[in-house]
Design a protein around this ligand. Structure first.
Ligand SMILES: *Cc1c(COP(=O)(O)O)cnc(C)c1O
Length: 357
């Protein structure tokens, strides 16, 4: 069987050495030494500042919004459910705006129209879908024009750069997920990269019960990343170049074999590939079902990712025609570190047999 995804296995020898350090010091959580090491190494590796580790990517979105005083937001319907549910859970007044038909990212033209009609939102929450950067320069302009805070859900965008600069350096904050299924992981975990130091400082208190040197200064939450999980991160970070190179290689193979036969998201031309996901867009829902069945018969996993369009779940009275159309036709193919080029070839052959040339 070729699995859709498989978490990267950390080297046990290395991991055990870190865990032994934790046991010896007795410092298991609350910004311990491994947490600090991981923070520094991630900042260096990604080329960012003000990176705050948190316990998962969902809380990362919530803490980012809380820190930036975002109480109402306009967001994309084409993302993993957590992009929207994290906002709704926090009581954020949430509206959708449709996506761009080529990139599947929140559409700046549609957003401009929506904000011109109704400027009540504090912020924009946009996902770099599959690791493909949003039109960040257009969003920068809109943020200035309408005075909006921008949070990017960058859960898929680990290691992605635009014109050589980390995509995480755009917007007021970018959030990462280090869930086991992501390109880089700490089993569960995540991070927020803030543009401003003062936001980072505020968020660091918020994720520690709102405590500042023992004094209660705000309504906080507990969203800290512990030392054992930081150890997993440090262990995997040693392998990250290999992981990204292998995944990008698989991504390029898929692209070279399938491009022109099926549609794929149009990638930001100045960004690199991190091989986070491989999605294809079929002609119609029917063809998608046929391809899925064919893959299943070949013991290849695939997934309707992201489907349904989130407005259909959370705001069924409104339509997002482009997002709904993409959600009905999109299919994600296997892509993970333990896959070989031959595995990816096998997946391509199965797809091509069904879709034809
Ligand atoms: C994985 C993911 C999340 C949630 O991250 P967790 O660490 O699992 O909480 C949020 N948004 C997107 C786009 C994701 O893919």
């Amino acid at each position: 069987m070729i699995a859709l995804n498989k978490p990267f296995t950390p080297c046990l020898t290395k991991l055990t050495t870190y865990l032994a350090q934790v046991n010896e010091s007795g410092w298991y959580t609350n910004f311990g030494p491994l947490h600090e090491q991981l923070t520094k190494r991630l900042e260096d590796y990604l080329g960012v500042k003000n990176l705050l580790l948190v316990s998962n990517g969902t809380l990362a979105i919530q803490v980012a919004c809380k820190t930036l005083n975002i109480n109402s937001a306009i967001t994309t319907p084409f993302s993993f459910v957590a992009t929207t549910s994290s906002l709704l859970w926090q009581g954020i007044d949430t509206a959708f705006c449709d996506i761009d038909a080529q990139s599947y990212n929140l559409c700046p033209v549609a957003l401009d129209k929506a904000l011109a009609q109704n400027n009540k939102y504090d912020g924009i929450v946009a996902t770099h879908v599959y690791g493909n950067p949003c039109d960040i320069f257009a969003f920068d302009k809109l943020a200035r024009k309408y005075r909006k805070k921008v949070v990017y859900d960058a859960a898929h965008a680990f290691g992605v750069r635009v014109d050589g600069q980390s995509v995480l350096n755009f917007g007021d904050a970018s959030t990462l997920s280090f869930h086991a299924t992501k390109v880089f992981h700490t089993v569960e975990g995540g991070a927020i990269v803030f543009k401003r130091r003062e936001d980072y400082e505020k968020a660091k208190q918020l994720i520690n019960f709102g405590l500042d040197n023992g004094a209660i200064t705000d309504v906080g939450i507990n969203a800290k990343l512990n030392e054992y999980q930081s150890a997993v991160g440090l262990t995997i970070l040693d392998e990250i170049d290999n992981i990204l190179a292998h995944r990008a290689g698989l991504f390029e193979l898929y692209k070279s074999r399938l491009e022109g036969v099926v549609d794929m998201p149009k990638w930001c031309s100045s960004a690199n590939y991190n091989g986070a996901y491989q999605s294809i867009l079929l002609k119609d829902e029917n063809q998608k079902q046929r391809v899925k069945a064919k893959l299943e018969a070949c013991e290849i996993q695939s997934r309707d990712y992201f489907s349904p369009s989130l407005n259909q779940v959370f705001k069924s009275d409104i339509n997002m025609p482009i997002s709904e159309d993409v959600a009905a036709r999109v299919l994600c193919l296997p892509l993970h570190f333990d896959m070989s080029i031959a595995d990816a070839e096998e997946v391509c052959n199965a797809v091509l047999q069904e879709v034809g040339q």
